[in-house]
Design a protein around this ligand. Structure first.
Ligand code: PAF
Length: 267
C-alpha cells in the first residue's frame, strides 16, 4: 500500500518522473530502494519544460500503469501533484545559463530553465536525501547536478545508467510512438553510438557519428563528442568523453548518449 508524501518520516530517495513509466524508470526506482526504505516517485508533466505545446499535449499519460510499475519496482509513495501544488505562487524561473542554450537547448529553447525550475521545486517539497536521474538525459543530469550543488547541497544526486531494449534502443516514454519502420531506424542510433565510442580518438568518433547525418530517415539535431567534466566539445585535455546524439524519426524526437570506452581520448 502506497503512503502519502506527508506521512514520510524517514530519509527518502526520490525519483522524479513525468509518468509513462517503463522498465527504465523501474530500474531508477529499484536503485532508489537500495539506498533508502522510503522511495518517493513523482509523476508531474511539467508544462514549463515543453516549448512545443503540441509535444506537451501528445506526451503519453498512463496513470494506472504508472501506479502498477512504481509499486512493483519498490516505490513507497507515488506522488502526483497538481500544477498548483508545484507552483502555488508566481513562478520564479531558474536559468540553466549558457549550457542551457547548447545541444538540446538549441532545439528546445527554455527547456532546461523549465527542468531546473521544476526539479528545484520538487526538491523543496520532497526534501529527499538522494535523487536519482537517468544518464539518458545526460545534459539534464549535468545541469541538475550543478543546480543541486548550489541550491540543495544536502541532496546527493545519483546517476543511473541508461536501460536499453534488446536491440540497443534506449528506453524512453516516446518509444511507444515509433512504428515498426521507425524502430528499425531508431536502432541505428545506438549502433552508431557504440561504434563511435569504441574509437580511440575523438576525431574518429566524430567521423563515425557523421554516419547519422547521412541517414535519410533520421533528421539529426546534433551528434557530438563532449567532455564530461564541463560539457564543452572534447579536446586534447579531455579525460572522459561522451558521445551525445539527438534527432527526429517520423515526428518522434529521440536522444541518446554513450561514454567513450577508452578513458583518455585524443582529439
Ligand atoms: O526527465 C524527466 O522526466 C523530467 O525532465 C524531470 C526530471 C522529471 C523533470 O520534469
Amino acid at each position: 500500500m502506497m503512503q502519502l508524501l506527508t506521512e514520510i518520516e524517514k530519509p527518502c530517495a526520490f525519483v522524479p518522473t513525468m509518468g509513462a513509466l517503463h522498465a527504465g524508470h523501474q530500474s531508477l526506482i529499484s536503485q532508489a530502494r537500495e539506498l533508502c526504505d522510503e522511495v518517493v516517485v513523482s509523476v508531474f508533466v511539467n508544462p514549463l519544460q515543453f516549448e512545443d505545446k503540441e509535444d506537451l499535449a501528445k506526451y503519453p499519460r498512463t496513470p494506472e500503469k504508472d501506479a502498477e510499475l512504481a509499486a512493483a519496482a519498490g516505490a513507497t509513495v507515488l506522488w502526483t501533484p497538481s500544477y498548483e501544488d508545484v507552483y502555488p505562487n508566481q513562478i520564479t524561473k531558474l536559468s540553466a545559463g549558457e549550457l542551457g542554450d547548447k545541444f538540446e537547448g538549441v532545439h528546445r529553447p527554455g527547456h532546461f530553465d523549465g527542468v531546473l525550475t521544476v526539479v528545484h521545486r520538487l526538491f523543496e517539497l520532497v526534501k529527499p536525501k538522494y535523487a536519482i536521474f537517468g544518464e539518458k538525459d545526460f545534459q539534464q543530469l549535468f545541469l541538475i547536478t550543478k543546480m543541486a550543488a548550489q541550491l540543495h547541497p544536502e541532496i546527493e544526486i545519483i546517476a543511473a545508467p541508461t536501460v536499453r531494449e534488446s536491440s540497443g534502443l534506449a528506453m524512453s516514454s516516446r518509444n511507444v510512438r515509433l512504428n515498426k519502420d521507425a524502430r528499425i531506424t531508431a536502432d541505428v542510433i545506438s549502433k552508431v553510438l557504440r561504434t563511435a565510442t569504441e574509437s580511440d580518438s575523438v576525431e574518429l568518433a566524430r567521423k563515425q557519428l557523421g554516419e547519422l547525418a547521412g541517414n535519410p530517415d533520421f533528421q539529426l539535431d546534433y551528434a557530438e563528442i563532449i567532455d564530461e567534466a564541463n560539457f564543452e566539445l572534447a579536446g586534447n585535455e579531455t579525460q572522459q568523453a561522451r558521445a551525445i546524439v539527438a534527432g527526429w524519426i517520423n515526428g518522434v524526437r529521440l536522444i541518446d548518449n554513450m561514454e567513450m570506452k577508452s578513458a583518455l581520448v585524443r582529439a
